[in-house]
Design a binder for this molecule. Structure first.
Ligand SMILES: Cc1cc2nc3c(=O)[nH]c(=O)nc-3n(C[C@H](O)[C@H](O)[C@H](O)COP(=O)(O)OP(=O)(O)OC[C@H]3O[C@@H](n4cnc5c(N)ncnc54)[C@H](O)[C@@H]3O)c2cc1C
Length: 323
């Protein structure tokens, strides 16, 4: 009978989509096994997320408002979440595997002396929690159980579908005691990506380019298709290392992990390190002139062809369809 707490992450006034996905999946679990779903939300100024959280399955939303929550701070967020867990005693805490979540989850688990299971893509309840997570760069999945009380589980963005229950969540005020003097580091500035571009890890569609694009000037072919599809533009490490695009676009083991509904790999061979970052995408389309390229082994649809012919035609077809 789990009571599942879900951390609702907010950055610059925007709630991360993974929060609603985690609430949806948590509600799906408790509907089958009993228990409740609790959203947990920190913010600097009054902001009511309980209506939306209720729509995605939360029974209640525990909120704390403090000026310290204006900007992410590992120590203060950890203090507040640890106090929440100690007072409300959920059976499980879910945190999105975002940049913030990857920093917060292990620190919090260590503070609570509980288990931390990172990068989960599946949850089930069989006499206790079972977490599915990719291992060996996505080559297989491990099913992990936690023996400690209230494990902290990091959830990969886009691993779960959104489900609306149409309920409303009760709002509960929480007042953590924050001790800023314990912080050993502080964020002095935040640089955001160019406005108007979809964030790679949040995007429902990602179009990525690899060395097959031949040169930096041709990355516009990737951006054109991405623009037509309303997608984010990604890249293999080969073209990031070559300086053709910025590292923020890199998908893979040493770049970002994405799990969009649609991933279009253009001129990418499909090295294991690239697959590690995108193989849990729901539908993979590969465009490569080499029919024996390894990327076709993970692709749902493959176009064996020259991307310089395929991409402009595909982009035009998408634009035409949208018109
Ligand atoms: C420790 C480590 C970490 C790494 N981390 C990452 C990572 O995070 N992300 C990552 O991507 N890589 C990573 N790599 C690198 C990885 O091993 C590969 O070298 C890299 O992914 C290759 O990039 P690519 O597919 O763009 O290039 P290539 O392997 O050179 O493939 C280019 C592909 O383009 C095709 N092509 C060429 N011309 C055309 C055309 N006109 N039309 C269509 N197709 C064409 C070719 O057939 C080929 O398959 C890592 C490597 C190591 C050792």
């Amino acid at each position: 009978m789990p009571n599942i707490a879900v951390f609702i992450e907010q950055r610059a006034g925007q709630i991360k989509q993974v929060a609603w996905q985690m609430l949806s999946e948590a509600r799906h679990l408790v509907d089958a096994h009993g228990g409740e779903v609790w959203g947990v939300h920190w913010h600097a100024a009054d902001c009511d997320v309980s209506t939306t959280a209720g729509r995605y399955g939360a029974h209640k939303v525990v909120t704390a408002t403090a000026p310290e929550f204006e900007r992410y701070d590992s120590e203060l967020w950890t203090q507040a979440l640890a106090q929440f867990v100690q007072q409300h005693k959920p059976d499980l805490l879910l945190i999105g595997s975002t940049a913030m979540g990857k920093d917060l989850a292990p620190r919090l688990a260590a503070r609570l002396r509980t288990a931390c299971i990172s990068d989960a893509v599946g949850l089930s309840w069989e006499d206790g929690l079972v977490v599915k997570r990719p291992v060996y760069a996505g080559k297989c999945f491990a099913h992990v159980t936690a023996r400690s009380v209230c494990p902290v589980v990091g959830i990969r963005p886009n691993a779960f579908a959104l489900r609306e229950t149409g309920d409303t969540a009760a709002a509960v005020v929480f007042k953590p005691v924050l001790d800023a003097s314990r912080a050993r580091a502080s964020v002095t500035a935040v640089e955001t990506a160019a406005a108007g571009k979809a964030a790679l890890t949040e995007a429902e569609i990602v179009v990525s380019g690899g060395r097959g694009i031949k040169g930096p000037e041709n990355y516009r072919l990737i951006e054109d298709l991405a623009g037509a599809l309303g997608a984010a533009a990604g890249a293999s490490r080969a073209i990031v290392d070559a300086g053709w695009v910025d590292y923020s676009h890199q998908v893979g083991q040493t770049g970002k992990t994405v799990a969009p509904n649609l991933y279009v790999a253009c001129g990418i061979s499909g090295a294991i390190q690239h697959l590690a970052g995108m193989s849990s995408s729901k539908c993979i389309v590969a465009i490569n002139k080499d029919p024996a390229a390894p990327i076709f082994k993970v692709a749902d649809y493959g176009i064996a062809g020259d991307l310089f012919a395929v991409l402009p035609a595909l982009t035009e077809a998408v634009r035409e369809f949208k018109r």
